[in-house]
Design a protein around this ligand. Structure first.
Ligand SMILES: *[C@@H]1O[C@H](CO)[C@@H](O)[C@H](O)[C@H]1NC(C)=O
Ligand SMILES: *[C@@H]1O[C@H](CO)[C@@H](O)[C@H](O)[C@H]1NC(C)=O
Ligand SMILES: *[C@@H]1O[C@H](CO)[C@@H](O)[C@H](O)[C@H]1NC(C)=O
Length: 363
C-alpha cells in the first residue's frame, strides 16, 4: 500500500525527493500509481530547477469562475471551538469555504471527521449521504492511541494523516529549501533537555531515559519536571545542545513536533526514538540527528554526547543542512482544513473508499 497515495504528493515537499536513490524507488512507485502523481512529483521536484509553471491545456470559452468548495468540519478536534482562518490569506488557497455549520451538510463537497472525536456511529450522517461527497478521515495520533479503527472500514473515502501514503499527506513538519545562507548557532552551555507531559513507566522512552540519566545529566521539563522558561518550549530548549525527541509510540512515519519544533526550531541536535533511522532519513538528512538505535546501549550514547560536547567542529556538522533548508512546523488546524480543500479541488470526481482502514494504518 505504501506509495499508493494520489493527493499527498503535493505536500511531499521532501527535502531531497529527487536526489536520493533510495527515494527514487518510492518515487517510481508513486509514478506507477498514477499519472496525477507523475505531474505533481515532477512539479514539486523541479520547482527550484526550472522557471515558470507547467503547461496545462488551455480551456476556451469558460467564463464562469471556478466553483467554491465547501468543506464541513463535522467535529471540532478534541471538542474545542476555534476560530476558522481564511485559506486565501493564510495559505494562498482560493475558493474554499470551511465551515462547522452542520446545516450545510447537503451542499458540502467534503466532510472531515477527526478520528479521536468519533465515539458513536449514530452521530455520523449516513442518512442522506451523497455518493459524490468525500468523507475524509483525519487522524494525527499513532495507531497505539487510535481506538475503534477496525470498525471504521469502508466508510470514508480519503485518509488524512502523518503517513506518507495517506490520500492527503499531512506531516507534523517538513524541510523546505531556501537560499543558501550562513548558519548562526546560538551559544549553548547546557547539555540535554527533555520535555514530557505523558509520563508512563511502561513506555520505552521512559525506560531508556531511566538508563541514560545514569551517565549524562538530563533536564526534564513538563508536568513532572522543571517549569518551562516563559512557558515556551523553544525558548527553553534553545539553551541546550541536545534534545530527546522521543515519540510516545513507535510507528511508521510517526514523527511529531518533538522533532520539528522542539529540537530543530531550538537548534538542538535531536536524539530520536521512533521509527527506524531509515524511515527518518526519508524526511531529514542523515547527519541532522542521532538515533538511539545508532548505539548498542544508553551508556554508549552518553559517551558520544560528551564527546560531541567537547568537540565543537563535530557538533556543528549536525547543522550543515541549515545552510540550504528551513523547517516548517504544521499549524493545527487551519493548515489541515485548507490542504484538504485544496485536495478536493484537485481531485475532481474520482471515487475511492478506504476499505481496510485498520489494516493500513496499523501496518
Ligand atoms: C498565490 O497563488 C497563485 C495561483 O496559484 C500564484 O499565481 C501566486 O503567485 C501565489 N502568490 C503567492 C504570494 O504565493
Ligand atoms: C448555518 O447555516 C444555515 C443555513 O445556511 C443558516 O441559516 C444558519 O444561520 C447557520 N448557522 C450559523 C451558526 O452560522
Ligand atoms: C465514498 O465512499 C462511499 C462508501 O464506500 C461510496 O459509496 C462513494 O461512492 C464514495 N464517494 C467518493 C466521492 O469517493
Amino acid at each position: 500500500m505504501r506509495g499508493d497515495s494520489l493527493l499527498s504528493v503535493e505536500r511531499l515537499r521532501c527535502w531531497r525527493l529527487c536526489r536520493r536513490s533510495r527515494l527514487r524507488s518510492l518515487r517510481s512507485r508513486l509514478l506507477a500509481a498514477s499519472l496525477t502523481c507523475t505531474v505533481l512529483v515532477v512539479y514539486v521536484c523541479s520547482q527550484d530547477l526550472i522557471a515558470g509553471p507547467i503547461n496545462f491545456p488551455l480551456l476556451w470559452g469558460t467564463t464562469t469562475p471556478p466553483k467554491q468548495v465547501t468543506v464541513l468540519i463535522w467535529y471540532e478536534p478534541f471538542g474545542k471551538r476555534r476560530r476558522l482562518g481564511d485559506c486565501h490569506m493564510l495559505f494562498n488557497v482560493t475558493g474554499c469555504h470551511i465551515t462547522t455549520n452542520r446545516s450545510l451538510y447537503q451542499e458540502a463537497d467534503a466532510i472531515m471527521f477527526h478520528h479521536r472525536d468519533i465515539s458513536d456511529f449514530s452521530d455520523l450522517p449516513f442518512r442522506r449521504r451523497q455518493s459524490s461527497q468525500k468523507w475524509i478521515w483525519m487522524n494525527f495520533e499513532s495507531p497505539s492511541h487510535s481506538p475503534w479503527l477496525a470498525s471504521l472500514g469502508g466508510i470514508f473515502n480519503w485518509t488524512m494523516s502523518y503517513r506518507v501514503d495517506s490520500d492527503i499527506f499531512m506531516p507534523y513538519g517538513f524541510l523546505f529549501s531556501k537560499k543558501r545562507a550562513k548558519i548562526v548557532l546560538p551559544r549553548k552551555r547546557k547539555l540535554v533537555a527533555w520535555v514530557i507531559s505523558n509520563w508512563n513507566e511502561d513506555h520505552e522512552r521512559v525506560q531508556y531515559y531511566n538508563e541514560l540519566r545514569n551517565y549524562v545529566e538530563i533536564d526534564v521539563y513538563g508536568r513532572y519536571g522543571l517549569d518551562l522558561k516563559e512557558d515556551n518550549i523553544v525558548k527553553t530548549v534553545s539553551e541546550y545542545k541536545f534534545y530527546l525527541a522521543f515519540e510516545n509510540s513507535l510507528h511508521t512515519d510517526y514523527i511529531t513536533e518533538k522533532l520539528w519544533r522542539n529540537a530543530f526550531k531550538s537548534n538542538a541536535i535531536p536524539i530520536v526514538m521512533g521509527p527506524s533511522r531509515y524511515n527518518y532519513e526519508m524526511f531529514i538528512p542523515r547527519s541532522s540527528f542521532i538515533h538511539v538505535d545508532d548505539f548498542s546501549s544508553p551508556r554508549k550514547l552518553a559517551m558520544y554526547l560528551k564527546h560531541l560536547d567537547k568537540n565543537i567542529h563535530l557538533y556543528r556538522r549536525y547543522f550543515t543542512w541549515k545552510k540550504r533548508y528551513d523547517v516548517h512546523v504544521t499549524s493545527f488546524w487551519d493548515e489541515h482544513y485548507c490542504t484538504a480543500c485544496q485536495s478536493v479541488k484537485a481531485a475532481g470526481n474520482q471515487h475511492r473508499t478506504a476499505s481496510d482502514l485498520a489494516g493500513w494504518f496499523e501496518s
